[in-house]
Design a protein around this ligand. Structure first.
Ligand code: C2E
Ligand code: MG
Ligand code: MG
Length: 685
């Protein structure tokens, strides 16, 4: 080499720049620690809006922009960590030229300690001949390996034509390799997705998104596409990873479904229903049109559940759910609100007659016969209807009003419907509420018996106690019978309640007899409904034997009215009860205009003079005359006689003087709990 050609330092710098500026690529050198530019060729500096001088000392992020720096950060980290060259492709937006795809190589320069000191950056256009062979071969080998190893489908395509696929993709779509190569990729995309996929393909972005493909047999496969642009075998291709997400979607759908549906019937649950109703109300207000909300409660369902068990009950609920759904259009909503309550929303209703059609269909179809305890029960719907907007603007109001109307439908008898009317009396509703609470009260054991002492007028000795029913109402506190007996009577709950009273009284009598605290007869009040019951005496006999007490420990109180109403059957029933050893008395005597001739023919033990005759004593002459007459008449008939509502000593003295046998009232003792009764007895002696 001639001396003239040995480079001097200044010349060397000049030559380096000459080479760099003509290298046909973008070149830069960065300090690996500070990531500041130490050198850049003209093309590199220009691409980012600088010149060879102004770019010097700037940080990597200042040169290429913060967003690009963030994208590239992982590659930089890999380089520093692995101390090996890193290659990647990225889209470049040069300030002086059109956007283009560029291959980037980051090449580390190590210091004496083996740490990365410098980083050489090379950018070249992504065309095959621009690639360094090594990078191409490296990525090619990696790709092949990746394609073979991947369990996910991979497809390569160029300008929309499939150039290669891996076996999992063939399997996913149901085609052989040769059937796919050369075909238009979009052909295998589900038709409704083609526009979207085609847009992604022509934009050339790298991204992931959900879409759907078509299997050979025509079924739709939910997939996720992960799209990358790559160079393979010297060609720039689009690679798409195809991930089957049908299971993931199914799991998501299942979770969504479970959160919105009733497990047992598959109908909507309450919260999902409320959400959807709100949306339909909004739509109806815009249209505008009407909606109808139907509240259904099943008749007899509780009996089915109680006598046949929950499994059988569940079957009935499922059947009912299916049948309800059959009556509805796809746009109507139906939900189970729990228990045997179903709620329906009919959309786009023109008039009540539209609703009637559905009501008739429901009543005709939802009738499930069930055999319980050898007899056939039919589970039928009672339906209440509230209309939007006439009966409420909010879902809650519609439900409450339809619920109210449903109670009225139930009151009409089973298997019927009722439209809500704003005029529906509040009292009717209050009664219905009370009725449903009464049913629960029996189940929840909220009833209790109080006892009022009865004494012999002559000696003051305790001869009996009258059992008086009380309801420990969860909200209203202790309620006396006047607050609920009538409702219980009207809704036939009195039978269950009466049986409970009789059993509880018998148990109390047994307890007091056994412990010797108060070995007296306990008087039980009967309701009209009980006395009218066929086989009432047998029922009493069963309770006595269940509890294990003799009939003599109980007394039954009937009103005159009850005796008159059951004039035909009363003698036999009374005789049967007395045959069991029970004492039978006529309560509230004097208020019912019983024909005396009649009383003489009935097998009775005792008359109880009503407190309304006792209260005005001793001042009221008329009352005095009646009480005296009754006492005389009773003894003439050979009946015992006692007075109720004795409040004063003067009253007691008069009654004793007139020959009354027994006394009951505040003066002696008020009705009290069993425990208080025991205390009262102890204090008295
Ligand atoms: P009743 O059989 O005539 O019971 C006597 C009622 O008079 C009781 O009212 C008692 O608390 C009240 N009373 C007793 N002495 C006096 C007094 O000196 N002054 C005043 N002001 N009141 C007195 P209660 O417990 O409210 O019962 C009302 C009615 O409810 C009873 O009248 C009875 O007809 C009915 N009843 C009570 N328990 C039952 C039951 O278990 N079954 C049925 N079917 N009816 C019941
Ligand atoms: Mg009574
Ligand atoms: Mg009475």
């Amino acid at each position: 080499m001639s001396a003239a050609l040995v480079p001097q330092p200044a010349q060397a710098g000049h030559w380096l720049r000459l080479i760099a500026d003509n290298a046909g690529m973008l070149l830069a050198l960065y300090d690996a620690k500070s990531l500041r530019c130490l050198f850049a060729n003209q093309a590199y500096a220009k691409a980012f809006g600088f010149d060879e001088q102004s770019v010097l000392g700037l940080s990597f992020a200042e040169v290429i922009g913060a967003a690009a720096a963030q994208l590239i950060q992982p590659y930089v980290e890999r380089l520093l960590h692995e101390r090996l060259p890193v290659h990647y492709e990225r889209e470049l937006l040069p300030v002086d030229a059109a956007r283009r795809w560029t291959w980037v190589s980051l090449i580390p320069q190590l210091d004496a300690d083996g740490e990365v000191a410098l980083c050489l950056v090379q950018l070249s256009d992504s065309s095959p001949r621009d690639l360094s062979d090594i990078a191409a071969l490296e990525s090619e080998a990696r790709l092949e390996k990746f394609m073979r190893a991947s369990v996910e489908g991979i497809v390569f395509h160029r300008a929309g034509l499939i150039t290669d696929v891996n076996p999992p993709l063939c399997q996913l779509l149901g085609y052989g390799l040769q059937e796919l190569i050369g075909r238009t990729a979009l052909d295998f995309v589900s038709p409704e997705e083609r526009a979207k996929v085609s847009a992604v393909m022509s934009a050339g972005h790298e991204l992931s998104y959900e879409s759907a493909m078509l299997h050979r047999d025509g079924h739709r496969i939910a997939v996720e596409f992960i799209v990358r642009t790559l160079v393979r075998k010297g060609e720039r291709l689009r690679m798409t990873i195809v991930r089957d997400i049908s299971e993931r979607l199914a799991a998501q759908a299942r979770i969504h479904y479970l959160a919105h549906h009733d497990d047992l019937t598959g109908l909507l649950n309450r919260s999902a229903f409320m959400e959807q109703v709100q949306a339909l109300i909004y739509a109806a207000a815009q249209a505008p049109h009407q909606l109808a909300l139907l509240f259904i409660d099943l008749d007899n369902f509780k009996r089915v559940n109680d006598s046949l068990g929950h499994l059988e009950g569940d079957k009935v609920l499922k059947t009912v759910a299916e049948r309800i759904s059959e009556c509805l259009r796809a746009t109507d909503l139906v939900a189970r609100f729990g228990g045997d309550e179903f709620v329906i929303l009919l959309g786009d209703v023109q008039s009540r007659s539209d609703v009637l059609v559905v009501l008739m269909a429901l009543l005709a179809v939802v009738e499930v016969p069930v055999t319980a305890d050898g007899c056939v029960l039919t589970v039928t719907p009672s339906i209440g209807v509230a209309m939007y907007p006439a009966h409420g603007a909010r879902a809650e109001d519609l439900i409450q009003h339809a619920d109210m109307a449903m109670y009225l439908a139930k009151a009409k008898g089973r298997a019927s419907y009722c439209f809500y009317e704003p005029s529906q009396a509040d009292s009717a509703y209050a009664e219905l509420v009370l009725e449903s609470q009464l049913v629960q009260a029996i189940e929840r054991n909220e009833f209790v018996l109080y006892f009022q002492p009865q004494v012999a007028a002559a000696t003051g000795a305790l001869v009996g106690a009258e059992a008086l029913l009380r309801w420990r109402h969860p909200q209203r506190g202790l309620l006396g019978p006047d607050a609920f007996i009538d409702v219980a009577e009207r809704h036939r709950l009195m039978l269950d309640l009466g049986a409970w009273v009789m059993r509880a009284a018998a148990e109390q009598a047994r307890a007091w007899h056994q412990s010797g605290i108060a070995p007296v007869r306990i008087a039980v009040n009967l309701s009209r409904m009980e006395f009218r019951l066929d086989g009432f005496a047998e029922l009493v006999a069963k309770i006595l034997s269940d509890v294990g007490v003799p009939g003599a420990w109980l007394e039954l109180e009937l009103t005159e009215r009850m005796l008159m109403d059951e004039i035909a059957s009363a003698p036999a029933t009374l005789a049967a009860l007395r045959a069991l050893g029970l004492t039978v008395s006529v309560d509230d005597f004097g208020t019912g205009y019983t024909s005396l001739a009649h009383l003489t023919r009935l097998p009775l033990d005792k008359l109880k003079i009503d407190q309304s005759f006792v209260a005005p004593l001793p001042a009221d002459k008329g009352a005095a005359a009646i009480v005296r007459a009754v006492i005389q008449m009773a003894s003439g008939l050979g009946l015992q006689v006692s007075a109720e509502g004795v409040r004063s000593v003067a009253q007691r003295d008069l009654l004793l003087e007139w020959g009354c046998d027994g006394l009951q009232g505040e003066m002696i003792g008020e009705p009290m709990s069993a425990q208080a009764f025991e205390h009262w007895l102890v204090q008295r002696s």
